[in-house]
Design a binder for this molecule. Sequence first.
Ligand SMILES: [Zn+2]
Length: 171
Amino acid sequence: MGSGKGKRYSGTTGAKAGTGPHARTMHSKVNNWAKDKASELEKKSKRQRDKFNTAAVVYDESTQKYYYGMNRGIQLDNANKNPILFGDDHTKGILPEKSLNNYSVGNCAEVHAINKALNDGAKLKDLHITTIHTESKSMGNPKEACENCTYAFKKKIKHNNTGWHKKEKHK
Ligand SMILES: [Zn+2]
């Protein structure tokens, strides 16, 4: 699979990293980021650590920058909500208005990472994403996008290395 950057990294199996030209590098990066984040949270409290279950990395192919996100990250960072995602007084954002699952809209690690990229001037069409589980027992395993993220980002970003939700309702 892939070429160039993807091939230089050999510490992860392709299956675990997902598929895409940058999948292995991205998987390695988000894995390291998530392990650091997990031990940082562990020092604060076990409860905080246990709530951390998903991490995502976004790669902007036009600038070669990486952006990281975690579940509840928008809330925890009190992040500036980018209008492309969340809308503003004049326009609707691309996130669904009502959640399509049990998570509140904007809770996801993917949204946290993409929100950072957009606030930094990135364009959706240049973005690649990898999402992983971060529970202790499944740290680093690929995680497919949920219904809300699939609705918002499929066909808008360039590539999702770890896959879209399969039962997506097509409109
Ligand atoms: Zn999601």
